[in-house]
Design a protein around this ligand. Structure first.
Ligand code: CP
Ligand code: NVA
Length: 323
């Protein structure tokens, strides 16, 4: 995670994108998530963030991200405070800068879910507390980090594991590409023209891939992408904020459904992943999503454990000078 020098907060860390996390930090997060998961499962208390308060500011709906951060903070002995958008002055035109500076006096970190990625960057510049990206139109780093945990649990390793991402090359795909590149994996995308992942993210990931031996393969053919994959991954065709493109997206993306026929292209022991929420019958058939190769519930559970690792990494044993 980048160490930023920001006004009154030299040394604070944010989590805005996978690109700002080193491979070593990602390994540490994975190790920490495994330990925290074990503690949670065995009922061993782990109040590592007692006395800390996490803010949650969501400008888009959320089930997993919001609840897992809130529950995770409670399990760590801290407190989570949901800031309903309509109930804070930001909704009446108060600036991000003023809001970020003021909330930094009360909170120890904040998770932001919003539209334009530039908004979380502005929060990170202005806040003296760590800012965590809880999803933007560009990326979803907490999802990708959690997914690495799930893949490693199911496949026993990350290096060389092949992920086939099928469908819309969206925020989830962007972060998955960067995570796979950092960990030396193979990621093959099958996305239609006009729905390919963000080019600057792919370019940035290719630089990482040079160092780690990762392979990033982008095609418009889902059957090529899925060939011999260890992981078949998909996400909704209509991301939050894209509702007006509904009809066109359903048409263009129809040949990209993850179904039993496509799954047959993957290795026989391939796992099926979806960040959820899912639309059965659109990006994935019900028989595959609910079938024996699907790991979607374990995948969703791991959001909790990885995000607890992220919180302890950003907030644990840190002495922050408030303004
Ligand atoms: N996968 C994910 O981020 O889910 P939510 O939108 O429910 O948070
Ligand atoms: N791509 C989806 C992910 C939801 C978790 C969206 O942005 O709506």
């Amino acid at each position: 995670m980048t160490t930023r020098t920001v006004k009154a907060s030299a040394g604070k860390k944010d989590l805005l994108d996978i690109a700002t996390i080193s491979r070593a930090e990602m390994e540490r997060l994975l190790t920490s998530a495994v330990l925290l998961k074990e503690k949670q499962r065995r009922g061993i208390p782990h109040p590592l963030l007692s006395g800390k308060t996490l803010g949650l500011l969501f400008q888009k709906p959320s089930t997993r991200t919001r609840v897992s951060f809130e529950a995770g903070m409670n399990q760590l002995g801290g407190h989570a405070l949901v800031l309903p958008m309509g109930e804070i002055q930001l909704s009446r035109g108060e600036s991000v800068a003023d809001t970020a500076r003021v909330l930094s006096c009360y909170l120890d970190a904040i998770v932001i879910r919003t539209y334009d990625h530039a908004i979380v960057e502005e929060w990170a510049r202005e806040a003296t507390m760590p800012v965590i990206n809880g999803l933007t139109d560009l990326s979803h780093p907490c999802q990708a980090l959690s997914d690495l945990l799930t893949i490693r649990e199911k496949k026993g390793r990350l290096k060389g594991v092949k992920i086939a991402y099928i469908g819309d090359g969206n925020n989830v795909a962007n972060s998955l590409i960067e995570a796979a590149a950092k960990m030396g994996m193979v990621i093959a995308l099958g996305c239609p023209s006009g729905y390919q992942p963000e080019q600057h993210i792919v370019d940035r990931a290719r630089v990482e891939a040079e160092k780690t031996g990762a392979l990033i393969e982008i095609s418009q053919d889902p059957h090529i992408a899925a060939k011999d994959a260890d992981v078949i991954y998909t996400d909704v065709w209509i991301s939050m904020g894209r509702e007006r493109e509904h009809a066109r997206r359903l048409k263009v993306l129809a040949p990209y459904q993850v179904n039993s026929r496509l799954l047959q292209r993957a290795k026989p022991d391939a796992i099926v992943m979806h960040c959820l929420p899912a639309h059965r019958g659109e990006e994935i058939s019900a028989e595959v999503l609910d079938g024996p190769q699907s790991v979607i519930i374990d995948q969703a559970e791991n959001r909790l454990h990885m995000q607890k690792a992220i919180l302890t990494n950003l907030l644990g044993k840190r002495s922050r000078t408030k303004r």
